[in-house]
Design a protein around this ligand. Structure first.
Ligand code: HEM
Length: 439
Protein backbone atom coordinates (compact mmCIF):
# COMPACT_ATOMS: atom_id res chain seq x y z
CA UNK A 1 0.00 0.00 0.00
CA UNK A 2 1.34 3.49 -0.91
CA UNK A 3 0.92 6.49 1.34
CA UNK A 4 0.47 9.18 -1.27
CA UNK A 5 0.42 12.24 0.99
CA UNK A 6 3.61 11.49 2.89
CA UNK A 7 5.86 14.49 2.33
CA UNK A 8 9.68 14.61 2.17
CA UNK A 9 10.37 11.99 -0.47
CA UNK A 10 10.33 9.11 2.03
CA UNK A 11 6.86 7.78 1.29
CA UNK A 12 8.04 4.63 -0.43
CA UNK A 13 10.49 3.71 2.30
CA UNK A 14 7.90 4.26 5.03
CA UNK A 15 5.10 2.33 3.35
CA UNK A 16 7.43 -0.53 2.35
CA UNK A 17 8.77 -1.05 5.81
CA UNK A 18 7.57 1.24 8.61
CA UNK A 19 9.57 -0.53 11.34
CA UNK A 20 12.83 -0.32 9.38
CA UNK A 21 12.23 3.23 8.15
CA UNK A 22 11.60 4.59 11.65
CA UNK A 23 14.50 2.63 13.16
CA UNK A 24 16.99 3.70 10.46
CA UNK A 25 15.96 7.34 10.56
CA UNK A 26 16.36 7.54 14.33
CA UNK A 27 19.61 5.57 14.48
CA UNK A 28 21.29 7.42 11.59
CA UNK A 29 20.48 10.75 13.23
CA UNK A 30 21.98 9.89 16.60
CA UNK A 31 18.89 8.53 18.37
CA UNK A 32 16.19 10.94 17.13
CA UNK A 33 15.16 11.89 13.60
CA UNK A 34 12.44 14.14 12.21
CA UNK A 35 10.15 13.48 9.25
CA UNK A 36 6.70 14.34 7.98
CA UNK A 37 3.83 11.92 7.82
CA UNK A 38 1.09 13.30 5.58
CA UNK A 39 0.59 16.83 6.92
CA UNK A 40 1.95 15.98 10.39
CA UNK A 41 5.34 16.61 11.94
CA UNK A 42 6.75 13.38 13.29
CA UNK A 43 9.79 12.18 15.21
CA UNK A 44 11.42 8.77 15.38
CA UNK A 45 13.29 7.76 18.56
CA UNK A 46 15.80 4.95 19.08
CA UNK A 47 17.59 6.36 22.11
CA UNK A 48 16.99 4.81 25.53
CA UNK A 49 16.98 8.07 27.49
CA UNK A 50 14.63 9.84 25.05
CA UNK A 51 12.33 6.79 25.11
CA UNK A 52 12.15 7.06 28.93
CA UNK A 53 11.34 10.75 28.60
CA UNK A 54 8.43 10.06 26.25
CA UNK A 55 7.02 6.96 27.94
CA UNK A 56 7.62 7.77 31.60
CA UNK A 57 8.79 11.23 32.61
CA UNK A 58 6.71 13.20 30.13
CA UNK A 59 3.88 10.69 29.90
CA UNK A 60 1.37 13.46 30.60
CA UNK A 61 2.55 15.32 27.48
CA UNK A 62 3.03 12.33 25.16
CA UNK A 63 -0.34 10.61 25.10
CA UNK A 64 -2.19 8.25 22.83
CA UNK A 65 -3.81 9.88 19.82
CA UNK A 66 -5.51 8.97 16.57
CA UNK A 67 -3.71 5.62 16.21
CA UNK A 68 -5.36 4.36 19.34
CA UNK A 69 -8.76 5.90 18.66
CA UNK A 70 -8.89 3.57 15.64
CA UNK A 71 -8.71 0.66 18.10
CA UNK A 72 -11.56 2.34 19.96
CA UNK A 73 -13.84 2.00 16.93
CA UNK A 74 -13.27 -1.73 17.08
CA UNK A 75 -12.96 -2.37 20.82
CA UNK A 76 -14.86 0.56 22.34
CA UNK A 77 -13.25 2.49 25.21
CA UNK A 78 -10.73 0.16 26.81
CA UNK A 79 -7.12 0.01 27.98
CA UNK A 80 -5.72 -0.02 24.44
CA UNK A 81 -7.78 2.84 23.06
CA UNK A 82 -7.81 5.38 25.89
CA UNK A 83 -5.46 7.51 27.98
CA UNK A 84 -5.60 9.89 30.94
CA UNK A 85 -8.71 9.88 33.12
CA UNK A 86 -10.60 7.48 30.87
CA UNK A 87 -7.78 4.93 31.08
CA UNK A 88 -6.40 5.17 34.62
CA UNK A 89 -9.21 3.70 36.80
CA UNK A 90 -9.52 0.64 34.53
CA UNK A 91 -5.77 0.04 34.62
CA UNK A 92 -5.69 0.36 38.41
CA UNK A 93 -8.56 -2.07 38.64
CA UNK A 94 -7.13 -4.71 36.33
CA UNK A 95 -3.47 -4.53 37.40
CA UNK A 96 -3.70 -6.77 40.52
CA UNK A 97 -5.26 -9.62 38.51
CA UNK A 98 -2.20 -9.83 36.28
CA UNK A 99 0.40 -10.11 39.02
CA UNK A 100 2.18 -13.36 39.81
CA UNK A 101 -0.19 -14.77 42.45
CA UNK A 102 -3.43 -14.86 40.39
CA UNK A 103 -1.45 -16.19 37.45
CA UNK A 104 -0.47 -19.20 39.55
CA UNK A 105 -4.20 -20.08 39.60
CA UNK A 106 -4.24 -20.14 35.81
CA UNK A 107 -1.02 -22.16 35.44
CA UNK A 108 -2.52 -25.72 35.48
CA UNK A 109 -5.04 -24.63 32.81
CA UNK A 110 -2.27 -23.12 30.68
CA UNK A 111 -0.30 -26.36 30.86
CA UNK A 112 -3.36 -28.44 29.96
CA UNK A 113 -4.18 -26.40 26.83
CA UNK A 114 -0.57 -26.48 25.65
CA UNK A 115 -0.34 -30.23 26.25
CA UNK A 116 -3.46 -30.86 24.17
CA UNK A 117 -2.11 -28.75 21.32
CA UNK A 118 1.26 -30.52 21.41
CA UNK A 119 -0.61 -33.86 21.34
CA UNK A 120 -2.12 -32.73 18.03
CA UNK A 121 1.34 -31.85 16.68
CA UNK A 122 2.64 -35.20 17.90
CA UNK A 123 -0.11 -36.97 15.96
CA UNK A 124 1.17 -35.21 12.82
CA UNK A 125 4.60 -36.75 13.45
CA UNK A 126 3.10 -40.16 14.11
CA UNK A 127 1.25 -40.00 10.79
CA UNK A 128 4.63 -39.41 9.14
CA UNK A 129 3.89 -35.76 8.35
CA UNK A 130 5.74 -33.54 10.79
CA UNK A 131 5.49 -30.36 8.69
CA UNK A 132 4.10 -27.45 10.70
CA UNK A 133 3.10 -24.06 9.34
CA UNK A 134 4.05 -22.04 12.40
CA UNK A 135 1.95 -18.87 12.21
CA UNK A 136 -1.50 -20.48 11.83
CA UNK A 137 -0.59 -23.26 14.27
CA UNK A 138 0.46 -20.77 16.96
CA UNK A 139 -2.56 -18.54 16.37
CA UNK A 140 -4.80 -21.55 17.02
CA UNK A 141 -2.86 -22.34 20.16
CA UNK A 142 -3.18 -18.74 21.40
CA UNK A 143 -6.89 -18.64 20.59
CA UNK A 144 -7.38 -21.79 22.67
CA UNK A 145 -5.25 -20.42 25.52
CA UNK A 146 -7.17 -17.13 25.62
CA UNK A 147 -10.65 -18.58 25.36
CA UNK A 148 -9.97 -21.39 27.85
CA UNK A 149 -7.62 -19.93 30.45
CA UNK A 150 -8.74 -16.30 30.36
CA UNK A 151 -12.46 -16.71 29.64
CA UNK A 152 -13.04 -20.40 30.58
CA UNK A 153 -14.85 -21.06 27.28
CA UNK A 154 -14.72 -24.58 25.87
CA UNK A 155 -15.07 -23.80 22.20
CA UNK A 156 -14.93 -26.30 19.35
CA UNK A 157 -12.56 -26.04 16.38
CA UNK A 158 -15.01 -24.06 14.28
CA UNK A 159 -15.59 -21.46 16.97
CA UNK A 160 -11.86 -21.14 17.58
CA UNK A 161 -11.24 -20.65 13.85
CA UNK A 162 -14.01 -17.99 13.84
CA UNK A 163 -12.31 -16.19 16.74
CA UNK A 164 -8.97 -16.12 14.85
CA UNK A 165 -10.61 -14.91 11.61
CA UNK A 166 -12.52 -12.14 13.38
CA UNK A 167 -9.44 -10.74 15.06
CA UNK A 168 -7.33 -11.06 11.89
CA UNK A 169 -9.89 -9.29 9.73
CA UNK A 170 -10.60 -6.56 12.26
CA UNK A 171 -6.92 -5.87 12.82
CA UNK A 172 -6.41 -5.63 9.06
CA UNK A 173 -9.17 -3.01 8.77
CA UNK A 174 -7.88 -1.12 11.81
CA UNK A 175 -4.37 -1.02 10.35
CA UNK A 176 -5.67 0.33 7.04
CA UNK A 177 -7.52 3.02 8.95
CA UNK A 178 -4.45 3.98 11.01
CA UNK A 179 -2.32 4.26 7.88
CA UNK A 180 -4.87 6.12 5.84
CA UNK A 181 -4.20 9.87 5.31
CA UNK A 182 -7.87 10.77 4.92
CA UNK A 183 -10.48 9.38 7.26
CA UNK A 184 -14.18 9.62 6.38
CA UNK A 185 -16.56 9.29 9.34
CA UNK A 186 -17.89 5.84 10.12
CA UNK A 187 -21.43 6.71 8.90
CA UNK A 188 -20.04 7.58 5.41
CA UNK A 189 -21.01 4.78 2.98
CA UNK A 190 -18.10 2.42 2.38
CA UNK A 191 -15.74 4.25 4.79
CA UNK A 192 -12.88 2.41 6.46
CA UNK A 193 -14.00 3.67 9.85
CA UNK A 194 -17.42 2.13 9.19
CA UNK A 195 -15.78 -1.17 8.31
CA UNK A 196 -13.75 -1.14 11.53
CA UNK A 197 -16.85 -0.36 13.57
CA UNK A 198 -18.78 -3.19 11.90
CA UNK A 199 -15.87 -5.60 12.63
CA UNK A 200 -16.13 -4.56 16.27
CA UNK A 201 -19.85 -5.27 16.34
CA UNK A 202 -19.31 -8.69 14.76
CA UNK A 203 -16.66 -9.44 17.40
CA UNK A 204 -19.16 -8.41 20.09
CA UNK A 205 -21.72 -10.82 18.67
CA UNK A 206 -19.14 -13.61 18.83
CA UNK A 207 -17.98 -12.97 22.40
CA UNK A 208 -20.92 -11.35 24.17
CA UNK A 209 -23.25 -14.34 24.64
CA UNK A 210 -20.42 -16.52 25.85
CA UNK A 211 -19.18 -13.89 28.27
CA UNK A 212 -22.64 -13.19 29.63
CA UNK A 213 -23.06 -16.87 30.27
CA UNK A 214 -19.86 -16.86 32.28
CA UNK A 215 -20.94 -13.73 34.12
CA UNK A 216 -23.76 -15.68 35.74
CA UNK A 217 -21.51 -18.45 37.06
CA UNK A 218 -19.92 -18.37 40.49
CA UNK A 219 -16.62 -19.99 39.69
CA UNK A 220 -15.33 -20.71 36.21
CA UNK A 221 -11.82 -21.76 37.18
CA UNK A 222 -9.87 -19.44 34.91
CA UNK A 223 -8.26 -16.05 35.16
CA UNK A 224 -11.64 -14.51 34.53
CA UNK A 225 -12.77 -15.79 37.92
CA UNK A 226 -10.21 -13.57 39.56
CA UNK A 227 -11.35 -10.64 37.47
CA UNK A 228 -15.03 -11.38 38.08
CA UNK A 229 -14.64 -11.74 41.82
CA UNK A 230 -12.90 -8.39 41.89
CA UNK A 231 -15.72 -6.87 39.86
CA UNK A 232 -18.38 -8.01 42.29
CA UNK A 233 -16.63 -6.05 45.03
CA UNK A 234 -18.14 -2.76 46.03
CA UNK A 235 -15.84 -0.26 44.36
CA UNK A 236 -15.41 -1.55 40.79
CA UNK A 237 -15.23 1.53 38.55
CA UNK A 238 -16.16 -0.36 35.36
CA UNK A 239 -19.67 -0.30 33.91
CA UNK A 240 -20.96 -3.51 32.31
CA UNK A 241 -20.21 -2.09 28.83
CA UNK A 242 -16.69 -1.06 29.77
CA UNK A 243 -16.11 -4.47 31.36
CA UNK A 244 -16.97 -6.17 28.07
CA UNK A 245 -14.69 -3.74 26.21
CA UNK A 246 -11.81 -4.64 28.52
CA UNK A 247 -12.35 -8.36 27.99
CA UNK A 248 -12.30 -7.85 24.22
CA UNK A 249 -9.19 -5.71 24.63
CA UNK A 250 -7.42 -8.45 26.57
CA UNK A 251 -8.25 -11.00 23.87
CA UNK A 252 -6.95 -8.78 21.09
CA UNK A 253 -3.85 -7.57 22.98
CA UNK A 254 -2.86 -11.12 23.88
CA UNK A 255 -3.61 -12.91 20.62
CA UNK A 256 -1.35 -11.71 17.83
CA UNK A 257 1.52 -10.42 20.01
CA UNK A 258 2.03 -13.81 21.64
CA UNK A 259 1.39 -15.87 18.49
CA UNK A 260 3.91 -13.77 16.53
CA UNK A 261 6.55 -13.90 19.25
CA UNK A 262 6.23 -17.67 19.49
CA UNK A 263 6.42 -18.00 15.71
CA UNK A 264 9.69 -16.06 15.59
CA UNK A 265 11.05 -18.02 18.55
CA UNK A 266 10.36 -21.50 17.17
CA UNK A 267 11.68 -20.44 13.77
CA UNK A 268 14.89 -19.16 15.38
CA UNK A 269 15.35 -22.42 17.28
CA UNK A 270 14.69 -24.39 14.08
CA UNK A 271 17.51 -22.42 12.42
CA UNK A 272 19.94 -22.65 15.37
CA UNK A 273 20.32 -26.34 16.29
CA UNK A 274 23.04 -25.62 18.87
CA UNK A 275 20.73 -23.29 20.72
CA UNK A 276 17.93 -25.87 20.62
CA UNK A 277 20.33 -28.42 22.03
CA UNK A 278 21.43 -26.06 24.83
CA UNK A 279 17.78 -25.51 25.82
CA UNK A 280 17.05 -29.25 25.71
CA UNK A 281 20.13 -30.06 27.79
CA UNK A 282 19.14 -27.55 30.44
CA UNK A 283 15.63 -28.99 30.60
CA UNK A 284 16.97 -32.56 30.78
CA UNK A 285 19.35 -31.61 33.63
CA UNK A 286 16.72 -29.66 35.58
CA UNK A 287 13.40 -31.52 35.23
CA UNK A 288 14.02 -34.38 32.80
CA UNK A 289 10.69 -35.36 31.25
CA UNK A 290 8.58 -34.12 34.20
CA UNK A 291 6.12 -31.29 33.75
CA UNK A 292 7.61 -28.01 34.93
CA UNK A 293 6.30 -26.41 38.11
CA UNK A 294 6.15 -22.63 38.41
CA UNK A 295 9.44 -22.73 40.34
CA UNK A 296 11.03 -24.83 37.55
CA UNK A 297 10.04 -22.25 34.97
CA UNK A 298 12.04 -19.62 36.84
CA UNK A 299 15.02 -22.02 37.02
CA UNK A 300 15.07 -22.79 33.28
CA UNK A 301 17.11 -19.73 32.41
CA UNK A 302 18.14 -20.71 28.89
CA UNK A 303 14.50 -20.93 27.81
CA UNK A 304 13.89 -17.46 29.17
CA UNK A 305 17.01 -16.13 27.44
CA UNK A 306 15.87 -17.56 24.09
CA UNK A 307 12.53 -15.77 24.42
CA UNK A 308 14.14 -12.49 25.50
CA UNK A 309 16.54 -12.61 22.57
CA UNK A 310 13.78 -13.52 20.14
CA UNK A 311 11.77 -10.48 21.33
CA UNK A 312 14.88 -8.32 21.03
CA UNK A 313 15.36 -9.27 17.37
CA UNK A 314 11.66 -9.30 16.49
CA UNK A 315 9.63 -7.24 18.97
CA UNK A 316 5.95 -7.90 18.22
CA UNK A 317 5.14 -4.26 19.01
CA UNK A 318 7.75 -2.56 16.84
CA UNK A 319 6.80 1.10 17.44
CA UNK A 320 5.00 2.71 20.37
CA UNK A 321 3.18 5.77 19.07
CA UNK A 322 2.24 8.91 21.00
CA UNK A 323 1.24 12.50 20.22
CA UNK A 324 2.66 15.59 21.95
CA UNK A 325 -0.31 17.31 23.62
CA UNK A 326 1.79 20.46 24.23
CA UNK A 327 5.06 21.92 23.00
CA UNK A 328 7.97 20.56 24.98
CA UNK A 329 11.70 19.73 24.95
CA UNK A 330 13.22 16.28 24.54
CA UNK A 331 16.87 16.56 25.49
CA UNK A 332 18.16 19.35 23.26
CA UNK A 333 15.24 19.06 20.80
CA UNK A 334 12.25 21.39 20.65
CA UNK A 335 9.07 19.41 20.01
CA UNK A 336 5.99 21.19 18.69
CA UNK A 337 2.50 20.46 19.98
CA UNK A 338 0.81 17.78 17.86
CA UNK A 339 4.07 16.02 16.88
CA UNK A 340 3.54 12.33 16.16
CA UNK A 341 6.12 10.45 18.20
CA UNK A 342 7.33 6.97 17.27
CA UNK A 343 9.42 5.22 19.92
CA UNK A 344 11.08 2.54 17.83
CA UNK A 345 11.35 -0.60 19.93
CA UNK A 346 12.80 -2.34 16.86
CA UNK A 347 15.36 0.49 16.47
CA UNK A 348 16.34 0.40 20.15
CA UNK A 349 16.73 -3.37 20.05
CA UNK A 350 19.00 -3.22 16.97
CA UNK A 351 20.91 -0.06 17.91
CA UNK A 352 24.65 -0.87 17.59
CA UNK A 353 25.42 1.66 20.34
CA UNK A 354 23.42 -0.49 22.76
CA UNK A 355 24.09 -4.06 21.58
CA UNK A 356 27.11 -5.98 20.34
CA UNK A 357 26.42 -7.82 17.08
CA UNK A 358 22.83 -6.49 17.17
CA UNK A 359 21.57 -8.57 14.25
CA UNK A 360 22.77 -11.93 15.59
CA UNK A 361 20.74 -14.40 17.64
CA UNK A 362 22.75 -14.65 20.87
CA UNK A 363 20.50 -15.64 23.82
CA UNK A 364 23.45 -15.78 26.23
CA UNK A 365 23.67 -11.99 26.11
CA UNK A 366 20.81 -12.10 28.64
CA UNK A 367 22.69 -14.45 30.99
CA UNK A 368 23.61 -11.69 33.45
CA UNK A 369 20.26 -10.76 34.99
CA UNK A 370 21.73 -7.95 37.09
CA UNK A 371 22.95 -6.03 34.04
CA UNK A 372 20.72 -3.01 33.34
CA UNK A 373 19.21 -2.95 29.85
CA UNK A 374 17.80 0.52 29.33
CA UNK A 375 17.29 -0.06 25.62
CA UNK A 376 15.30 -3.27 25.98
CA UNK A 377 11.53 -2.76 26.07
CA UNK A 378 9.55 -5.49 24.31
CA UNK A 379 6.63 -4.87 26.69
CA UNK A 380 7.22 -1.09 26.72
CA UNK A 381 7.82 0.86 29.93
CA UNK A 382 5.94 3.36 32.08
CA UNK A 383 2.28 3.48 33.03
CA UNK A 384 1.12 1.89 29.74
CA UNK A 385 3.63 -0.99 29.92
CA UNK A 386 1.98 -4.25 28.89
CA UNK A 387 -0.63 -5.33 31.42
CA UNK A 388 -0.23 -8.99 30.41
CA UNK A 389 3.55 -9.24 30.38
CA UNK A 390 3.83 -11.79 33.22
CA UNK A 391 1.03 -13.89 31.71
CA UNK A 392 2.65 -13.66 28.26
CA UNK A 393 6.03 -14.80 29.60
CA UNK A 394 4.44 -17.62 31.60
CA UNK A 395 2.50 -18.91 28.58
CA UNK A 396 5.45 -18.64 26.22
CA UNK A 397 7.99 -20.19 28.60
CA UNK A 398 5.62 -23.08 29.33
CA UNK A 399 5.07 -23.71 25.61
CA UNK A 400 8.78 -23.59 24.91
CA UNK A 401 9.67 -26.04 27.67
CA UNK A 402 6.95 -28.57 26.83
CA UNK A 403 7.75 -28.24 23.12
CA UNK A 404 11.49 -28.80 23.57
CA UNK A 405 10.85 -31.81 25.80
CA UNK A 406 8.88 -33.48 23.02
CA UNK A 407 10.32 -32.39 19.69
CA UNK A 408 13.36 -31.80 17.55
CA UNK A 409 12.65 -29.03 15.10
CA UNK A 410 14.39 -27.95 11.89
CA UNK A 411 13.62 -25.24 9.37
CA UNK A 412 12.19 -26.07 5.95
CA UNK A 413 12.83 -22.55 4.63
CA UNK A 414 16.34 -22.10 3.24
CA UNK A 415 16.17 -18.29 3.06
CA UNK A 416 16.39 -16.06 6.15
CA UNK A 417 13.10 -14.61 7.28
CA UNK A 418 11.95 -11.12 6.28
CA UNK A 419 9.62 -9.16 8.50
CA UNK A 420 6.52 -7.19 7.63
CA UNK A 421 5.12 -4.56 9.98
CA UNK A 422 1.39 -5.09 10.26
CA UNK A 423 -0.29 -4.51 13.62
CA UNK A 424 2.58 -6.64 14.90
CA UNK A 425 5.99 -7.27 13.36
CA UNK A 426 5.55 -10.67 11.81
CA UNK A 427 7.31 -12.89 9.29
CA UNK A 428 6.48 -11.99 5.68
CA UNK A 429 5.65 -15.64 5.08
CA UNK A 430 4.68 -18.09 7.77
CA UNK A 431 7.79 -20.20 8.54
CA UNK A 432 7.49 -23.90 7.93
CA UNK A 433 9.34 -26.31 10.19
CA UNK A 434 9.79 -30.05 10.38
CA UNK A 435 9.01 -31.71 13.72
CA UNK A 436 10.46 -35.01 14.88
CA UNK A 437 9.43 -36.71 18.09
CA UNK A 438 12.28 -37.10 20.57
CA UNK A 439 13.06 -40.61 21.60
C1 HEM B 1 4.57 -11.45 23.60
C2 HEM B 1 3.43 -10.95 24.00
C3 HEM B 1 3.15 -9.48 24.22
C4 HEM B 1 3.86 -8.38 23.84
C5 HEM B 1 5.20 -8.33 23.09
C6 HEM B 1 3.13 -7.22 24.31
C7 HEM B 1 3.56 -5.91 24.15
C8 HEM B 1 2.87 -4.80 24.60
C9 HEM B 1 3.33 -3.44 24.49
C10 HEM B 1 4.67 -3.01 23.88
C11 HEM B 1 2.38 -2.64 25.03
C12 HEM B 1 2.44 -1.11 25.17
C13 HEM B 1 1.60 -0.37 24.15
C14 HEM B 1 1.66 1.11 24.39
O1 HEM B 1 2.43 1.59 25.20
O2 HEM B 1 0.92 1.83 23.75
C15 HEM B 1 1.30 -3.50 25.47
C16 HEM B 1 0.14 -3.06 26.07
C17 HEM B 1 -0.85 -3.88 26.52
N1 HEM B 1 -0.85 -5.26 26.56
FE1 HEM B 1 0.60 -6.45 25.85
N2 HEM B 1 1.98 -7.64 24.92
C18 HEM B 1 1.96 -9.02 24.91
C19 HEM B 1 0.99 -9.85 25.47
C20 HEM B 1 -0.10 -9.42 26.18
C21 HEM B 1 -1.04 -10.27 26.86
C22 HEM B 1 -0.93 -11.79 26.98
C23 HEM B 1 -2.02 -9.46 27.38
C24 HEM B 1 -3.24 -9.78 28.21
C25 HEM B 1 -3.74 -10.91 28.48
C26 HEM B 1 -1.67 -8.10 27.02
C27 HEM B 1 -2.42 -6.98 27.34
C28 HEM B 1 -2.04 -5.68 27.10
C29 HEM B 1 -2.85 -4.53 27.44
C30 HEM B 1 -4.24 -4.56 28.06
C31 HEM B 1 -2.12 -3.39 27.07
C32 HEM B 1 -2.52 -1.94 27.25
C33 HEM B 1 -1.93 -1.47 28.58
C34 HEM B 1 -2.30 -0.05 28.96
O3 HEM B 1 -2.22 0.84 28.14
O4 HEM B 1 -2.63 0.13 30.12
N3 HEM B 1 -0.51 -8.12 26.30
N4 HEM B 1 1.63 -4.81 25.23
Amino acid sequence: MKLPLLLGGQADAFSRSPHQFIADLATEQGGMGRFRLYHRQAIAIADAELARQVLIRQGEVFQRGRHFRAFGLFLGDGLLSTDGDLWKPARQWLDPSFRHEPLAVAFPGIQAVIREELDRWQQLCQRGDGVLDLMPALKLLMARLITRTLFSLSWDGEQIAGFCDHIDESMQHTLQLIRSPLVAPSWWPGSLAGRVRRSGLAFNRLLEPALQQIDGREDNGGLLTVLQQGRRGSRCPLTAGRWLNELKTLAVAAFETSATTLTWTLDLLARHPQELQAVQEEIAATIGTNEPSLADIARLRRCEQVLLESMRLWPAVHNVVREARASTRLGEHEIAQGTLTFVSIFGLHRNPCLWERPNDFLPERFADRSRPRPGYLPFSIGPHACLGRHLAMLQMQTLLILFCQRFHVSSLDPEPQHAIAQVTLRPLRSPRVFLRERA
